[in-house]
Design a protein around this ligand. Sequence first.
Ligand code: FES
Length: 155
Amino acid sequence: METTLPSTEHAASPRPVFFRSAGIGLVTLLLMHLAFGCSGQSGSDTTLVPVQGINFTLNLADKANENLTVKGGYVVMNNVIIAQTKSGTFVAVSVNCTFDKTRLVFKAAENQFYCPLDLSRYDTTGNIISGPATLPLTAYRIEPNAAAGTLVIRN
Ligand code: FES
């Protein structure tokens, strides 16, 4: 008489097989991300979505805007990054990198907007200094009012 027993290979190790498969999947995802960075994502879409109807006022006396009272400081509001350059000029551009929409920072030492994800750089008017981004940022007008201590940002 023949008796069929469960395979010892499957009965003894269902979890290790599962975790080994899951681990290979995770390693594959990690390697793909490292290899392609954000270039495999929406950065290949060259369609810019402009920020519409920008028109707001910053009061420099507000605690939230105090970074703008020093050269090299910046704030982000309404999808706009507003900075005071090294020379004391106020500039404003769209805050998201045109490559993959990462939020930019202002690097005071270089007087540039900088993408911390893939290192695109833009000048203070939003033009590209170095990629991978290929499209400029949207630049906005700034109207300082020294008497009122305000900045009006508009397109
Ligand atoms: S998001 Fe990739 S360069 Fe900015």
